[in-house]
Design a protein around this ligand. Structure first.
Ligand SMILES: [Zn+2]
Length: 414
């Protein structure tokens, strides 16, 4: 058998996905495996045991990230890393994050099974608290490891019940002593479900992820004048709700009326002191805007200023907006993107380039290491839900592409 025809074991990967879904099972087909809770501890213990059984060296850093390394034949080579996260949302699914870690394990099992010795070592990573639903924000494990977030600050973060990250890490036995990074990896690959409907709609098996959208968050305040719902004639009103509704429509136009449309979401409108028979005096809105290019985000931000003054004039209100966060777009390393594309071609899977709409650990890692991502379809594009689902075949296809992308970087022992 040549290496080109090497494939992962679809049945073994699927069985492993099912087997580990008992850790944190909700009883309704989903998972509640919150970061650093008992179920997270159990699945970590399981992963460490499996990796150790394969002959891997396991290290844990002080924020609980797990690194399982299969040795290469050339001790001078930096390891090729792959992985994702095993934690879930409170009513999460069985694949978000989990697929990337278990497919990485399947890659290691496949290499062991077929006695393939790689030149560079391969390191499987489980990042701590990607989801950010128990301890906010998300991506804490990768951020601390990379030096983007201070360790002491992270360990002091607490959940809704007052339990700290540091305390929970100690409780489940994952306050490790390996040094923080960024470690000297050759590259990093992450397989993940798409969490959107694009691949499925296009009849595609593999998304070659070229980068991730930039994201900007805004708070918007519309300030009008309140009054009695029955006594103030319509023409004399400065109704903040009506102005806000107009604003939402104009923001939609601002986002979509361009060659490459952005996505813009007003997710919340709050009317302070809202009452059925009172004209709203003010409205507070949140806005989330995403696009792969910073220039477009800049243009939308400038457009937002224009729209704000137009709405202000039209309704006799004041519209103020402020940016509350800015995550710049991420472009993955062209050689890693190329390795993913070549792997998809070699395995014969229908694929297309795609930009990630969501944030992932890989987006943080991409600032430090050559990084690539692989997407596979999930049923109806649904994620962060207990009924999140995918096919056995797509899971295996993703693992195959991960295998060949990693092999292309790691090389085979001479
Ligand atoms: Zn995820």
């Amino acid at each position: 058998m040549t290496l080109d025809t090497l494939r992962t074991d679809a049945d073994r990967l699927w069985a492993t996905l099912s087997e580990t879904a008992r850790f944190g099972a909700t009883g309704r087909g989903g998972l509640a495996r919150l970061a650093l809770g008992p179920a997270d501890g159990q699945v970590r213990d399981w992963l460490v045991a499996e990796a150790t059984a394969l002959g891997c060296t396991v290290q844990v850093d002080p924020i609980g990230n797990i690194f399982a390394t299969r040795a290469g034949s050339d001790p001078g080579r930096a390891p090729v890393a792959c992985g994702s996260h095993l934690d879930t949302q409170p009513t999460g699914g069985r694949f978000d994050g989990i697929l990337g870690v278990l497919a990485g394990l399947e890659v290691l099992r496949t290499l062991a099974r077929h006695d393939v010795a790689t030149a560079a070592p391969i390191t499987l990573i489980n990042w701590t608290n990607e989801e950010g639903s128990r301890f906010a924000p998300g991506l804490i494990g990768s951020s601390v490891h990379l030096g983007l977030l201070d360790l002491e600050t992270a360990l002091a973060l607490h959940d809704g019940d007052g339990a700290t990250m540091g305390g929970c890490l100690a409780e489940i036995g994952y306050a490790g002593s390996a040094p923080l990074g960024p470690w000297d990896f050759d590259s990093y690959f992450e397989l993940h479900i798409e969490q959107g409907p694009v691949l499925e709609a296009g009849g595609l098996t593999i998304g070659v992820v070229t980068g991730a959208q930039g994201m900007r968050w805004y708070d918007i305040a519309v300030k009008g004048a309140g009054g009695h719902a029955g006594t103030v004639p319509m023409a004399l009103r400065h109704d903040a709700m009506v102005a806000a509704a107009d604003l939402v429509g104009r923001i939609r136009t601002l986002a979509t009326a361009r060659n490459r449309p952005a996505v813009a979401t007003v997710g919340r409108i709050e009317i302070p002191g809202a009452s059925r028979n009172t004209i709203p005096a003010s409205a507070l809105l949140t806005l989330d805007v995403r696009h792969p290019e910073a220039e477009t985000l800049d243009a939308i931000e400038a457009g937002l200023a224009e729209v704000a003054s137009q709405v202000g004039e039209a309704h006799g209100v004041r519209v103020e907006f402020g940016r509350v966060s800015n995550s710049p777009p991420v472009a993955f390393d062209p050689t890693c993107v190329g390795a993913v594309r070549t792997a998809a071609l070699r395995c014969g899977y229908r694929h297309a380039d795609i930009v990630s709409g969501a944030g992932h650990d890989a987006c943080a890692v991409a600032g430090f290491l050559p990084t690539g991502m692989i997407f596979v379809p999930c049923k109806d594009g649904v994620s962060h839900q207990e009924h999140e689902d995918m096919t056995r075949e797509d899971a295996a296809a993703g693992a195959d592409v991960l295998l060949h992308a990693v092999l292309a970087r790691a090389g085979v022992a001479a």
